[in-house]
Structure formats: C-alpha cells, structure tokens
Design a binder for this molecule. Structure first.
Ligand SMILES: [Fe+2]
Length: 351
C-alpha cells in the first residue's frame, strides 16, 4: 500500500477580485520598482538540475538536462520572511488583519501568524514548470533552514505529515493582457483533471492551500516574444521607468518588456493553528524535525522499500542521492490543460 499523501487541499481554491486597496497596490508595486534589481526564481532556489527536478520535474525528463533548460525569465523578491517585514512601505499589508482572516477561513482555524510574502514578475515567457507544491512549513524546518528540494521530497513521500504546520496562501495576480498566463491547479490530486484560473487578472486574489495542492504558472505573453536566448542564471530584472522592465546580464541589456505584457503576483502565506494545543506545540518545540532526522527517516524508508543507496556524506547536496529520492517518490500531474501545455527548450532530447 502506498504511503504517499494524496496532496489534496483543505478546500478548493477560490478567487476574490479587487483584493488590495488602490493604496496597497501602489505600495506593493512601489517596492518592486524602487528596490530592485531582482534575481531569477531559479537562482534563488536551485543550484542544480537535480534540485529543480525534485520540485517541478514532470514525467519526461531530458537525458542531458541543464538547469537553464528549465529557467524562464521569471523574477522574485521577498517583502517579508518568517514574520520579518523588509520594507516599511508594506508593513501594514504584511501584518494585515484582512490576510490573516482570509487564511484562517481556509482551514476554519482559530489562530494565524504572518509567514512569508514575495512577488513574482515576468514578461513574455515560456513555463517549464510541470507542477509543484509550495514548500510546506514543518515544526523545526522552514524555508529558512530547509532547501526547497528537500521540502518537495518530504511532501511527496508523505512521511512527515504529523510535523506539518497548516498554511494557506493569498496570491494576488496582476496580468491585464490576458494572453495565456493562467494558473493551473489540480484540486483533486495530481492524478486527476486540472482546472485553471484564466486572466485577465486585475488585483485578483487566489486563496489557496498551495503546500497541499499541485499548481503551476502558465506561459504568458505574445508567443513570438517568449524566447530569451541570452538568459543566464545571474540575469537580473530592473525597473527602467516609462513602463519598461529591463533584463540585464551585468550592465548589458538582454531584453525588455512593458507594463502591458507584465505578469505579476504577490504571494502571502500565513501559518494557521486550529487551536491552542497546536500553537503550544509549535511555540514550545516539543515535537520538531531537524534536517538530520528527515534524512534518517528517508533512508529508513528507502531501506524498507528495498531501494539500494549509498549513504551520502552530505545528503543535502549529493546529486545522486537527490536524483534517487526524486525517482523513488516521483509524483507529478498526469494531465495538462490543452490551452496550457508544458514547454520544453529541447523536446527532441526527451526520453
Ligand atoms: Fe507555487
């Protein structure tokens, strides 16, 4: 019998239009425009192809895949992490009662705690994301001390559910053009049919349980503008004024897009606790995980499954071990919307 958790959200996601006030929208975009430049999402979270594939690889993987084969010109910055707000301009949003109330309602929870807030911004681009779940929070392990790929393997394995802290997200989209660029999600599990929210998005909040539900961004923008051949893992996004966003490698411009083709989202995560007993367990660290404990539990499970492995010196960075865990706990969607297929830079090399 499979130990795999089905990865089904507490409730199906729903949309709230006009989520932020006009003043809040100005403050949020003000940070993006005034505090750049911003790195690629891939640069923030992955150091190798194996790490990417552990999180968002699909069923068919290129034999000679490179990390840049899965890198879109999609950029990210943090507005706050683990309860620390990085920009005074958005302090009141980060700690807002409105966001707390929205996430408590997802779970029918009594308490909430602000956690992370980030933005993603992209111009016309492909999407190489085969679907993923967002990094969960576990007691003792968060995005601050647990690599994204480890968190993805933990979710797929289903071995760590008792340590998971419930979360919910408010992901507010701004994508006015409406050329593709939707949000695909699998509310009944990755082996069932996907559903979509489709643009145009005007301050449109998707309320979701994203660490328990497969989802992905779709390719967006005019198709003839989606290639970005000079993209490097160190490419940064700069606000250029006059409605222009500029991609640069060092001082060299390699591309630009305008506000009309900009797809952005602000992603806020709250931790929620059903009752005071859950709060107490979280705050007092009476039943926490450590990375060592996680790797020991994974290796014990490999042994129980009869999967041969060599104990790595450093499991967090051993590429062969990461690849073995990805294959052992492989889980990804079976089906994609006809309107939003998975993109590939070199489909002829797929095996
Ligand atoms: Fe996500």
């Amino acid at each position: 019998m499979s130990k795999r958790h089905p990865l089904i959200p507490a409730i199906a996601p729903h949309l709230i239009q006009d989520y932020y006030t006009p003043e809040e929208v100005d403050a949020l975009f003000g940070v993006v425009k005034n505090h750049g430049p911003w790195p690629l999402i891939s640069a923030l979270h992955f150091t190798s192809t194996e790490e990417f594939l552990a999180v968002a690889g699909g069923k068919n993987v290129p034999a000679d895949a490179k990390l840049t084969d899965f890198t879109s010109p999609s950029f990210r910055g943090y507005l706050g992490q683990l309860g620390v707000c990085y920009y005074d301009e958005v302090h009141d949003i980060y700690f807002s009662d409105k966001l707390m109330k929205t996430v408590k309602e997802v779970h029918g929870a009594q308490y909430a705690m602000t956690h992370g807030m980030l933005f993603n911004i992209a111009g016309p681009s492909h999407s190489y994301d085969s679907g993923h779940v967002d990094s969960a929070s576990y007691r003792g392990l968060t995005t601050a001390n647990c690599p994204v790929w480890v968190s993805a393997v933990m979710a797929k394995s289903g071995l760590f559910e008792e340590y998971k802290v419930k979360t919910a997200q408010v992901i507010t989209y701004f994508y006015e053009s409406g050329i593709d660029g939707g949000f695909t999600y699998w509310p009944d599990g990755p082996d069932r049919k996907p559903q979509r929210f489709v643009p145009p998005f005007h301050n449109s909040a998707i309320v979701s349980d994203n660490s328990q539900m497969y989802h992905r961004r779709e390719a967006n923008g005019p198709r003839e503008l989606r290639d970005c051949p000079e993209l490097e893992i160190t490419t940064k996004l700069h606000w250029g004024g006059d409605d222009q966003w500029i991609l640069r490698n060092g001082d060299t411009e390699i591309g630009r897009f305008d506000e009309a083709n900009r797809r952005a989202l602000f992603h806020w995560t709250g931790l929620v606790f059903m009752d005071s007993a859950e709060v107490k367990e979280y705050l007092e660290h009476t039943n926490d995980l450590t990375l060592d404990k996680v790797f020991n539990m994974l290796m014990a499970d490999l042994t129980e499954r009869g999967v041969a492995y060599t104990e790595p010196d450093d499991p967090a960075t051993d590429q062969a071990f990461i690849d073995l865990l990805t294959k052992t706990y492989a889980l990804s969607p079976d089906e994609y919307p006809a309107e939003a297929p998975v993109n590939a830079k070199a489909p002829s090399t797929y095996v």
